[in-house]
Design a protein around this ligand. Sequence first.
Ligand code: VGL
Ligand code: ZN
Length: 211
Amino acid sequence: MTSKLDLTADNTALLIIDVQNDFCPGGQLAVQDGDQVVAPINLMITSAAHIVATQDWHPDGHASFATSHEGRRPFDAIEVSYGMQTLWPDHCVQGSAGAAFHPELQIDAAHMIVRKGFRSAIDSYSAFFENDQTTVTGLHGYLQSRSVGQLVLAGLATDYCVAYSALDAARLGYDVHVVLPACRAIDLDGSMAAAAQQMSAAGITLHQTLL
Ligand code: VGL
Ligand code: ZN
């Protein structure tokens, strides 16, 4: 499988997933070494033809927060209308410091910022569809209207929002690449191994080195 990728190509977009303070050390849902993704992503930003970033953006009392469910704790899984939902510590609350992008991320270079998870009753890991797998974010329409067919993903967390976005993108027909050294995982109960397996099976290219 080729790993030759040209971020400057007009049909290629860099998709930066959830590089927000709450997913970085000191944040409410800190991913180990989450801040380490910033430097490699900033490097890719300097050459990318299209730059899209996502921002996890929950209202207070969001259904994905363990605090919204009596007797539940973070990382418990519960059954909801659209299937199983993992419960998280309160994180990325709209307008909070934790929801802001990492201060060193060159976010001013982004052409498009997609907010997700803002509906109280539905979580949204993917940049394309919320967790009900039906509600769209609008990103597919945006990319189509700009004739983007190839996506390069990086950010947080590899096994949740990056993987769900990559899998939806592959289903939608994009040529999908994930730059693993520019991602970090939560790795809950083997979720990283499972995500890598699913992404490979879906034909997604997992890059072990920076582009
Ligand atoms: C994420 C859990 C909850 C992520 C977002 O960005 O991977 N994970 N909300
Ligand atoms: Zn979230």
